[in-house]
Design a protein around this ligand. Sequence first.
Ligand code: DX5
Ligand code: ZN
Length: 226
Amino acid sequence: MAKSVLIAPSILSADFARLAEEVAQVERSGADLLHVDVMDGHFVPNLTVGPPIVESLRKVTKLPLDVHLMMTNADAFIADFAEAGANYLTVHVEACPHLHRTVQAIKERGVKAGVTLNPATSLHTLEEILPDVDLVLIMSVNPGFGGQTFISSCLQKVAAARQMIDRRGSRALLEVDGGVKIDNAGQIVAAGADVLVAGSAIFSSRDYAATIAALRAAGQPASVHR
Ligand code: DX5
Ligand code: ZN
């Protein structure tokens, strides 16, 4: 049977004043991972949360914490995020000059390592690091804000990343982040995504369970590609 796409709600679009409730609600509604966007006001023009929030989230949810580090000095915070309870730590290739060292440092902490590419960054930057990573994240918006429009040329990039991962025999999950909605989820999964991040699509909807189910269902017919 074809594997179902995994859904990772991004808490960036949640009500932070009611964060525990929001997280409980997406957990009850069938989320597979919880996506936590860490922004440093430097690599991206926005500020969000740090290790203390990850630590607090760890106490209120069993969902794997998928922590997306949009920061220039990720190396300095790997230990803190690992201790806080992150399950995946994903770093930007644009922000990590010593990417191999960074990925090893994540894995040495017992955390799964992800690498991510901005829309304008070539997939070739993955060639050398792919065997070492557990997750590849293709950004389908320029990172920094929720609620942006999916950049349609990223679909081709997702398909090319799928081919690269399969050709190399990698078991890395292929995740897509930015502008994912019910009406484009089918195409994104058809292109080869294993994990869909969705912020505004879920948290701006009235019924989180229905939205998560619809995102998953949109991906269903296409998942035979595996
Ligand atoms: C963007 C973040 C995304 C964002 C997605 O910089 O990395 O995870 O929360 O939000 P939507 O789904 O609203 O585009
Ligand atoms: Zn993200």
